[in-house]
Every structure is written in C-alpha cells, then in structure tokens.
Design a protein around this ligand. Structure first.
Ligand SMILES: [Zn+2]
Length: 316
C-alpha cells in the first residue's frame, strides 16, 4: 500500500528527472516491464531446455548400458560363474587408469593393464620396469608385462618380472632365416618370398616362444600380416594349428582370444579346447576405445567355452 500510495509521486519525480511527459514515462515503464518479463521467460525456458537435454543424455547412456547386448551377455556369463577379464588393455592414446576403471564399472569387465617392455619401448631395464610397477600397483587391476621382441628375456631380471601378475608376448616381432627382423603389423617390415615358407617359419617362431620364453599368455594369437589376412583360413592349416596348440598345452601357455583382430578363428579355438588348451580374452587397444570384448564373448558362445577353460592369474 505504501508503495502504491507513493507511486504517482515517484513517477512524477522520475518522469521529471528523465524529462519525459508522465504518460510517456508510464508507457516506457510498461514496455520495460514487458521486456524484463520476456527475458525472464527466455531464461526460464533455457534452463528447462538444458535440464531436459541432460535428462535425455542420462537416460540415453542408461538405455545404452542395458540395451547393449554384449554388456547384457557379460552380466549373464558372470552370474553363471565366468570371470570376464580383459587381460590385454593398455593406457594408450591418453587413456587414464581412472577412465579405464570407469569403463570397467559401466561394462562389468575387469582389467589387466599391460606395460610394453623391450627394445624401442619406454621400459627397457629393471629400473624402468619397477618404476611402472610402483606407479600403478595400488589400482584394482591386474598388472601385466607385455614382453616385446625376442630379446626381452635377457633385458630384465627374474625377480622384476615376477613382480607382475602375469607376462605375455606375441610372435609379431621376429627375424627370418635371411636375417630380416620383421614387425608383422608394419607392411614395410614384412618379407614374404613364399607364403607357405613364411607360415612355416611363423609357426616355428610361435612354438619357440612358447617353449623358451617364461610367458603365461600368447597374445594376438595367429596374427597374420595384412597381405595374408584374406587367406587366413587356407594358411592356418590343421597341421599348423595343431603345432601351435600342442606347444601351448605342453608349456601351459594360455591362448588369447583377441577382440580387436578377431583372432584366432572359431575353428582354431574349438580345436584348442578339444586339446585341453586354456584361453584368455584381450583387446590390445591402441587408443581410449576399450570396447566390450565383443568377439571374445561371441567365441565363448560359439565354441562352448566354460569357466574352467580360462586362464586365471593370482593377484600379487
Ligand atoms: Zn599389447
């Protein structure tokens, strides 16, 4: 009431100050009120829109988690006694341990984080190997050493290697009979004079790695260079598969079912299971995309793998 009673006086005073006739000043105030109301309404609308968008995003990721058939299958397998572990993850492409653990929570996949050690990698001796162990050992993941090249056996002490929960390697780096050191994933470093001869040398290298190197898992199993990949089924003959499988069983080395390369083939895995081999699942990510072990999970179903068919390290 006091305000209303004072209003004409105030308006008169303000109109006088702004040098406008009183009726013009009232119109101006009305317009200003309308503008203020419009701004307020716009702000309210914006806040509402943002909230709705957030709601949509949240609901979206929740739906994705429950609707993703692989994540659903992982939950079912775990309920049936399977341990779903990606034993071949890397902190590469800027991926942090915290992001990896967040992904683990979203997917239900546990992780083994591997650090590459060998010629041309950041870890080349006991001190760099142990520094890595100290940096990450308190995280709730398995600590893995990925041994690189064939020279690693002489680069690290048995005591340092034993600090890790498990050790793995692949047969993607080796020197052929002509003395050419190859990295099979680099086309310019691959030398194939004769496909069958190349395959026989590769099988010989894999068998040698399993027999001579103290590893728990053979990873990127049955990997072929780009040029040979279209002929995978023809080149991986039953005889070649059996040589690798026999060596894995004899040396108690698990065979990785790799989700990134989608190897080994179902035919290989079935043969290996029948021979009593054990398996591990792994992604070998090169960036932040850890995926969901899609191929490995599919192989559990396609090849009838059971919980007892899988490698399991002891967490140190
Ligand atoms: Zn790797």
């Amino acid at each position: 009431m006091k305000f209303l009673a004072n209003q004409p006086l105030c308006l008169n005073k303000l109109a006088a100050l702004s040098k406008l006739p009183i009726h013009m000043y009232i119109i101006k105030i009305n317009i200003m009120n309308k503008i203020s109301l419009l701004i307020a309404l716009l702000c309210f609308g914006l806040v509402l829109a943002c909230n709705t968008k957030n709601d949509k995003t949240d609901t979206g990721s929740e739906e994705q988690a429950t609707e993703n058939p692989v994540i659903k299958r992982i939950a079912e397998l775990k309920a049936n006694g399977y341990e779903i572990v990606d034993y071949h993850a890397h902190l590469k492409g800027g991926l942090t341990m915290e992001e990896l653990l967040e992904h683990s929570k979203e997917t239900g996949i546990d992780y083994g984080v591997a650090f590459n050690a060998g010629i041309g990698f950041p870890i080349t001796d006991d001190s760099t190997l142990m520094a890595t162990m100290q940096q990450y050992k308190h995280y709730p993941v398995y600590m893995a050493m990925q041994a690189e090249g064939r020279e690693w056996v002489d680069m690290f002490s048995d005591e340092s290697i034993a600090m890790f929960d498990y050790v793995f390697t692949d047969a993607m780096t080796w020197t052929d009979r002509q003395g050419r050191r190859m990295r099979l994933w680099m086309p310019e470093e691959v030398f194939i004079d004769d496909k069958d001869d190349f395959m026989d040398q590769l099988v010989g290298k894999i068998v040698g790695v399993m027999a001579e190197e103290p590893i728990d898992i053979y990873v990127n199993s049955t990997y072929l260079p780009d040029t040979l990949q279209p002929e995978y089924d023809a080149l991986w003959t039953a005889d070649r598969m059996d040589k690798v499988i026999e060596a894995a069983v004899a040396n108690n080395v698990a065979i990785e079912i790799n989700a990134r390369y989608k190897i080994p083939s179902a035919a290989f895995i079935k043969r290996a299971k029948a021979a009593g081999a054990r398996f591990s699942m792994g992604t070998n990510n090169v960036d932040k995309d850890l995926g969901t072990l899609e191929y490995s999970i599919a192989m559990i179903d396609e090849c009838g793998l059971e919980p007892g068919d899988f490698f399991k390290p002891v967490k140190k």
